[in-house]
Design a protein around this ligand. Structure first.
Ligand code: PLP
Length: 446
């Protein structure tokens, strides 16, 4: 369908106005299934945008939202409510890495990352280190759609048309073992990425850098890139050496998606600031958490004239109640461990079906965040031409076959299919996800 054509529904509602039309109208859902207006069931292999961690249709979350909304529907975010207190208590008790005691809430991931960046900058301003005004992020990454987070993101596609306005920030290399300068999957890849990161920090001027912003496991921009095991601890050490704060963006990976509470846990790394959104309320409410250490927060609290502003809809009682209910489901049904176990099954089936495919560069990921990178040539990693829109074609073909995958990739690494289903996904469903993807890739590339 041409880019400027939009399908309309019986209500006359057009598709999302500024994105290419897909003409999908979802009217119902049940756990891992989406149901469209024709009654067709679509397997939600992506949990929407890697969000629906506890599945669709959870009555207890809906009840919690209803109950919260019957009391004060809104108070200014700086005031306490029982819903926010319960959520913060649960987060501190059961979820957050040790030391991350200060909880700032926002409505979404972009706002969350931007708030973390502001907190880092304000932290140094409060300490009088006013020269620390730079934020470094990585060359393949996604941190959000606001102007500041888009500028920090290494996502060419989502910056198009904004390039003249967006600020330029110094970058670090994305720790990508497939594309290590030492060759694919070299045992010293982690050390090489750290060496390049040190050089980038030195070039930026270490005393001028406030924070380094990274995804612990890169989400859809690069397609579930898991760094070598020594990389994140090494980056933590570099930050400590130079007095730079480490902000870990786990908007996509947090709250169990990767088979651990947070992806940083897999590497034994404690960030100074952690941002995590999508899975916090699993799509039932718009809420994201920015979690900071006391060492980060205290100078700001002590400064008389510096404060971190809230967003109006941060900490809505209904959103806090939804998040509290979702976290309680994750705990009761032990869904974080299940995400790890089902992720291993999904990965095994993907490896079996696509691991040696001539047009698959790599199957990669951890837990229930898995991705397949499609290329023209597996050996040289040459991509298909952008105009061929291979990812779009595969997503459309798979939808025709009844499964939804999330399109990822950017720049030269452009054809990526991401999977992130609800943690309740069954054995039969992970097989269907792997098989339909393999069949759709073959159908499109035939
Ligand atoms: N950071 C990461 C790693 C993300 O994956 C996303 C969204 O996909 C964001 C930030 C932005 O979050 P939002 O779309 O909720 O603003």
């Amino acid at each position: 369908m041409a880019r400027d054509q939009h399908t309309t529904t019986t209500t006359g509602l057009r598709d999302w106005p500024f994105l290419p039309a897909r003409g999908i109208n979802i009217v119902d859902a049940d756990d891992c299934w989406l149901i469209d207006s024709d009654g067709r069931r679509i397997l939600d292999a992506a949990g929407g945008a890697i969000v629906a961690n506890v599945g669709h249709g959870r009555a207890e979350v809906a009840d919690a939202i209803r109950e919260a909304s019957l009391h004060p529907s809104y108070v200014v975010p700086t005031w306490k409510t029982p819903q926010r207190e319960a959520l913060v208590e649960r987060l501190r008790r059961d979820w957050l890495p040790p030391g991350l005691t200060h909880v700032h809430l926002t409505s979404g991931g972009s706002e969350g990352v931007e708030s973390a960046v502001k907190i880092a900058l304000q932290h140094f301003a409060a300490k009088g280190e006013t020269q620390r005004v730079k934020i470094m992020a990585r060359d393949v990454s996604y941190h959000g759609t606001t102007l500041a987070t888009a500028a920090l993101s290494g996502h060419i596609g989502r910056k198009r048309g904004l390039e003249g306005f967006l600020a330029r920030h110094p970058t670090l290399p994305t720790p990508w073992t497939l594309r290590s300068r030492l060759g694919p999957h070299h045992p010293d890849a982690g050390a090489a990425f750290l060496e390049a990161s040190r050089a980038a920090i030195e070039a930026a001027g270490p005393d001028t850098v406030a924070a380094i912003l990274v995804e612990a496991v890169t989400g859809s921009s690069g397609g579930a890139i898991v760094p070598p095991p020594d990389y994140l601890p090494g980056l933590r050490a570099l930050c400590d050496e130079y007095g730079i704060l480490l902000i870990v963006d786990e908007v996509m990976t947090g709250f169990g998606r990767v088979g651990a509470k947070f992806a940083a846990d897999h590497f034994g790394v404690a960030p100074d600031l952690l941002v995590s959104g999508k899975g916090l309320a699993g799509g039932y409410a718009a809420i994201c958490g920015v979690f900071a250490t006391a060492a980060v927060a205290e100078p700001i609290a002590a400064a008389k004239d510096i404060s971190v502003m809230f967003h109006t809809f941060a900490a809505l009682p209904s959103a806090c109640a939804a998040a509290d209910a979702v976290l309680s489901i994750l705990e009761r049904e032990q869904l974080v461990a299940r995400a790890g176990a089902m992720g291993a099954k999904l990965r095994a089936r993907l490896d079996e079906r696509l691991g040696q495919h001539p047009h698959v560069a790599e199957v990669r990921g951890v837990g229930l965040l898995q991705a397949v990178e499609v290329v023209r040539d597996r050996d040289t990693l040459e991509p298909f031409a952008e105009e061929e829109k291979i990812t779009d074609k595969i997503v459309r073909e798979a939808l025709r076959r009844g499964v939804f995958y999330y399109p990822g990739g950017t720049g030269p690494v452009r054809d990526i299919l991401v999977m992130g289903p609800p943690f309740t996904v069954s054995d039969a469903q992970v097989e269907q996800m792997a098989d339909t993807l393999a069949d759709s890739i073959d159908a499109v590339l035939a």
